[in-house]
Design a protein around this ligand. Structure first.
Ligand code: NI
Length: 172
């Protein structure tokens, strides 16, 4: 397994639409494992392939609070097949938008169909935090960041700060 570098906004690669996966093969399982390791190390509760520079429709999620609670979910080609009428507002952050947070409104419950690590079609119903994280990660596959759900004023302020922070950071 390997730690992957995480892209940060306003990197243009975060704004691209990711391509669907054909078959979940050994290479993609390895990518999922690397993404999980990268997410746990960050630490974060979700990561999408475009955040590590891979334009494929793959996300990993784990909302477990401790190592003992770990319950990783790996999804290829996730698709929302049903959403609840009622919404939920959650304060979101993102490993690609470090140190910034914002309130985002999304459907409270979603039903998601995807291919798992064994290339089997699965469906889960996610609510609460899991629903928020899954929808946030799926947005990444379409080049959408949580800041795109905020007002233009707030989004531009965050992007300006990120650009400034990057210029001041030592070259890596
Ligand atoms: Ni994110």
């Amino acid at each position: 397994m390997a730690l992957l570098p995480i892209l940060t906004a306003p990197d243009p690669r975060l704004k691209q639409k990711a391509r669907p996966v054909g078959t979940v093969d050994a290479d993609l399982v390895r990518l999922m494992d690397d993404m999980l390791e990268t997410m746990y190390a960050a630490p974060g509760i979700g990561l999408a392939a475009p955040q590590v520079g891979v334009e494929r429709r793959i996300i990993v999620v784990d909302i477990g609070k401790t190592e003992e609670d770990r319950a990783p979910i790996c999804m290829a080609n996730p698709e929302i097949v049903w959403v609840s009428d009622d919404d939920n507002t959650h304060e979101e952050g993102c490993l690609s938008v470090p140190d910034h947070y914002g309130q985002v409104v999304r459907p409270r419950v979603v039903r998601v169909r995807y291919l798992d690590r064994e290339n089997e079609i699965r469906e889960i119903e996610a609510d609460g935090l899991l629903a928020t994280v899954v929808q946030h990660e799926m947005d990444h596959l379409d080049g959408i960041l949580f800041i795109d759900h905020l007002s233009a004023l707030k989004r531009n302020m965050i992007l300006r700060k990120l650009t400034k922070a990057r210029k001041e950071a030592p070259v890596r």
